[in-house]
Design a protein around this ligand. Sequence first.
Ligand code: ADP
Length: 577
Amino acid sequence: MKTKTKLNLGVGSLFILIILLSLVSVYNINALKSDSDNILKANYNSLLYCRNILTDIEHISVYNLKNIEDNIKKQEANITEQGEEKATKQLRLNLNALKENQKDSSLYKKIKLDLYQIMELNMQAIQRKSTIAQSTADNAVFWIVFTGSSCFLIAFVLLINLPASIANPIKELSESIKQIANKNYSERVSFEGHSEFKELANSFNTMAEKLEEYNNSNLAKLMMAMKRTETIIDNIHDPVIGLDENLMIIFANEQASKICGINKQNMIGSLVIDLASKNDLINNLIKDLMIGELPKSKKVTPIKIINDNKENYYEKETIHISITPTGEKSKRLVGHVILLRNVTVYKEMDAAKTNFIATVSHEFKTPISSIKMSLNLLENKKIGTLNQEQEQLVTSINDDINRLLKITGELLNMTQAESGNIQLSIIPTDPIEFINYSINANKTSAEQKNILIKSELPMNIYKVMADGEKSAWVLTNLISNAIRYSHENSEIVIQMTNETDKVKISVTDKGQGIATKHKEKIFDRYYRVPGSKKEGTGLGLSISKEFMEAQGGSISVNTELGIGSTFEITFNISLLV
Ligand code: ADP
């Protein structure tokens, strides 16, 4: 049944019940009223007339006779009971006789008897009628109570059932909606016998079914996507480990499990910190995660891992994964991926290259030195004089030989630095020695460009912890660069300053300077500022850096394009004087 019909029926029947109750009450009250009217008019009045006549005949007078006449007329007009007419006629006859002969005392007696008879008849009638009225009243009470109770019962049943029949399906539906909101898509509702709610239930069930279908298909897609990603990660030949924001391992491929020596199943779901406490490699891998990200410029040395009884080298990269959650504006860190790139092959190729360069440079050195000796002999006038053209040729060959010697020297130094085989003898050294050596080594080339080399030294000279030969090489290279990248007729200042536990030596030129974007890169191997017209290998500064760091010192530059540059090297002061 429709809710509207149900409501109409409920309210309508209540309305009908109220009308029915009112009708029953009105009918019964009317019946009671007519009963009492009946008694009042028909019998009570007759009693009243008879009593008046009785009173009046006691003291007969003209006035009383008139009253008696009025009352007898009223009584004659109010005959209602059987036998009353006869008694009234008898009364009329006796009263008429009394009017004629008032002294006949027997008439009084007869009149009184007539009156008593009429009164008796009416009294009996009153008695009878009040019994009827009583039963009418009882009937009225019965019907009113009956109808009232029925109304109450029906209203009570409606009160209990009607709101519940509307509210219950709504409650059930809202519970089901909550279930759907909690992703319990298998939830269904059924409202039997409620036509509108049945329709609603059908619509709801269709919606839930579609949601379930959608959810299942999405789940299947997600599972498929996850499987695909897992397979891709497993097929990557390099080890990959994925961590969530709480540093729990969420994925790891076979390669990662192999190099860590931990079963993949035991890795996934474990906190990486727990594994790190038992596994040195994992501990090493998460070091930067524990202390925060490494600065980008910092050189990362490949990690050596023994794998399949062979030394393997891996370059580690930690990628921090951030996403912008739906509805949010800022990014949130959701995890990290540790990638280990196997660089063993490149490392081996690099070692082979370094070896090759070292061998070639070394092999070049002997013939170049013997050519240089032969040139020196040629320059010697004792073995014969050269004409001017020959002298010029010898000088130019000498220049080229010097350049070749410089290059082979640089290449040899570079191979030493690359293979980590820098042979150092760090001892307390007087810096004046290698400063003077470097100035002298560059004297000729400075003179050629008419460049003045000035040195500014402090009063107190402290010995520094250095390898004299390597430091001289570095300073010579810095002065040589200053001369090469300076204009003619300028000056170069070599300044030494003492600090608490360090000695700084700087080489300042007023040359072309270096643009900011190249400033940091000039210390990289083979890096030359693009467009540089001077000859060079791009190795000098990188070797200088390796030499300075190997001695526990440092090298830095302060430069401005078009103004000039200051290269500064720092040494530790020797505690032994
Ligand atoms: P190179 O053999 O090219 O001089 P270096 O490693 O010594 O190699 O220097 C690297 C680059 O740095 C050079 O190519 C040059 O462009 C720049 N450079 C070095 N010293 C100076 C300087 N004093 N003034 C300007 N540029 C310089």
